[in-house]
Design a protein around this ligand. Structure first.
Ligand code: SF4
Length: 97
């Protein structure tokens, strides 16, 4: 994700941006921690919507997108249950806009 105003209140605001791009791609063991961070982020829904609408690549809202579409390759580590939980937090209003 890109740094701009709405990310000021994100869970990742002080994190290395590369964790959401190349490091996520390269390190399978890192992915669950990033997934958890995003699942607890108050901006997850907005982040995901931005990633999809702008056809971004990388982790947006806790989902690795490839030009705005969820990536099979980088989402493969998740179980069906984890995907169900992901879609639940992405569709549950936690106060984000
Ligand atoms: S959902 Fe994840 S990538 Fe998006 S702002 Fe929150 S912590 Fe950052």
């Amino acid at each position: 994700m890109n740094k701009n105003d709405w990310t000021d209140s994100s869970s990742c605001k002080d994190f290395d941006t590369n964790l959401f791009f190349d490091k996520y791609e390269e390190d399978l063991n890192l992915r669950p921690a990033i997934d958890k961070l995003c699942s607890e982020c108050p901006l997850a829904r907005h982040c995901f919507a931005v990633g999809v609408s702008q056809k971004e690549t990388g982790v947006w809202g806790g989902v690795y997108l490839d030009l705005g579409k969820p990536s099979r390759e980088f989402g493969r580590h998740r179980t069906k249950q984890q995907w169900a939980e992901t879609w639940q937090y992405l569709t549950t209003d936690k106060g984000n806009k």
